[in-house]
Ligand binder design. Structure first.
Ligand SMILES: C[S@@+](CC[C@H](N)C(=O)[O-])C[C@H]1O[C@@H](n2cnc3c(N)ncnc32)[C@H](O)[C@@H]1O
Length: 383
């Protein structure tokens, strides 16, 4: 039986399915549940705020008024946007990574797509006999490293196939297929959740299964793939939510496999980690992080600025040391209005090197006072 035919089964509880169809439905029911679409938060991503979203929006709800527009300017997985789209009329979602941009289009953008057509393609991909597939760009570079060889071949084959049929797909369908590929890959990647390195042990072969993502569509969403500081000069929004990287770990280097997969121009890759040439290197991961943050706060046209921060700078590893200190965030924000600081004890997703005994998550909410902002920033410039 095909995925397409059992699709409705996952709306039944096990008991309902068995009482309607009898015991023989059990394996199919299991398959239907297994093939449920991936939710946006079902992805490993450093700094993902999925577990903090209730806390963040409880505070935002209490501290802000008459909000129509919201901007998630360093959106990452989009976990914060995913809540904002249900609360506000207009939501701007931005991140400079190619892979995040495709995911936002799959999960949020409007645009026609035919679910049956996509499910039929997934069925076809899941039916491919891996032994019949030739080596390809993906398996040559990542096979027996980030993925077992059979899965790497299949992933490369599927990615080529999607590109070959691009002209028969709408943009939404194209993005849904690539997003489904990324989420399905994350399930079996031989990593600690990012691609800075792979686990150097023999990889157990796993059955790579393409599973659909939970694609939705929201009228009021605008998606950008820009440097946050450049975008800030072009938009107006009631709330801007800022969750930049705070240490030297560049997201474009940690998620390079997805960047290569999405761009699919098959660049030459280097080193043991098989990374492409540098692109989208963030100032927030460099010594100039504080000046980048100051410039952002100075230039964004928003009534409220909400900033997430965590205190991993006490960590043992220097690459996870924060480039901007807590007091510096508060100082910059205080120049443009009244700021309240909230804290939450939280166990972050990390690769194990960092000590998180006293890990705290901070949320700054600043009510912007434009007069105060223009006078304090111009006085800084004059000094
Ligand atoms: C801490 S993560 C955001 C996590 C996000 N809040 C979530 O819940 O998944 C920071 C994000 O900022 C992006 N980023 C870093 N520097 C940027 C820049 N200058 N402009 C735009 N995006 C940037 C990274 O690609 C990364 O996805």
């Amino acid at each position: 039986m095909k995925y397409t035919e059992i699709e409705d089964l996952d709306t039944f509880t096990l008991r309902e399915a068995v009482s309607t169809y009898g015991q023989e439905i059990l394996p199919l029911w299991k398959k239907a549940v297994y093939t449920k679409p991936y939710k946006l938060e079902n992805r490993r991503y450093i700094g993902c705020k999925a577990k903090l979203v209730d806390w963040i929006f409880d505070l935002i709800g209490k501290e802000t008024q008459n909000v129509q527009t919201f901007c998630d300017i360093f959106a990452g997985t989009g976990s914060v946007s995913n809540r904002a789209v249900n609360l506000y009329n207009n939501v701007i979602i931005n991140d400079f990574l190619y892979s995040n941009n495709v995911l936002y289009k799959a999960f949020f953008s409007t645009g026609d797509w035919n679910k049956e057509k996509i499910l039929n393609l997934l069925d076809a991909f899941n039916d491919v006999d891996v032994n019949s597939i030739k080596d390809n760009y993906f398996s040559d570079n990542y096979g027996n490293k980030y993925f077992d060889m059979a899965s790497a071949k299949l992933i490369g084959y599927i990615r080529d196939f999607i590109e070959d049929i691009k002209s028969t797909l709408t943009e939404k369908e194209y993005c849904i297929l690539i997003a489904s590929l990324i989420y399905s890959m994350d399930r079996i990647a031989n990593t600690l959740g990012h691609f800075d390195a792979y686990i150097k042990k023999e990889i157990k072969p796993s059955k790579f299964i393409m599973r659909l993502v939970d694609a939705k569509s929201f009228e009021g969403v605008t998606i950008y793939q820009e440097d946050a500081n450049k975008l800030a000069k072009k938009i107006h929004t009631d709330i801007v939510y800022m969750d930049p990287p705070y240490n030297s770990r560049q997201y474009s280097r940690f998620y390079h496999v997805y960047e290569v997969l999405v761009k699919w121009d098959k660049p030459k890759l280097k080193g043991v980690a098989r990374k492409p040439a540098e692109e989208n290197m963030s100032d927030y991961c460099r010594v100039k992080a504080l000046s980048a943050f100051t410039d952002l706060v100075e230039n964004i046209d928003a009534r409220y600025i909400v900033v997430s921060y965590n205190n991993t700078y006490k960590s043992k590893s220097s690459s996870s040391e924060n480039k901007i200190k807590l007091e510096q965030i508060e100082n910059v924000l205080n120049r443009c209005g009244t700021t309240k600081v909230f804290t939450h004890k939280y166990q972050a997703f990390n690769a194990g090197k960092t000590e998180f005994d006293d890990h705290k998550e901070y949320l700054f909410i600043t009510t912007v006072d434009n007069e105060k902002r223009s006078s304090s920033f111009s006085s800084i410039l004059c000094r």
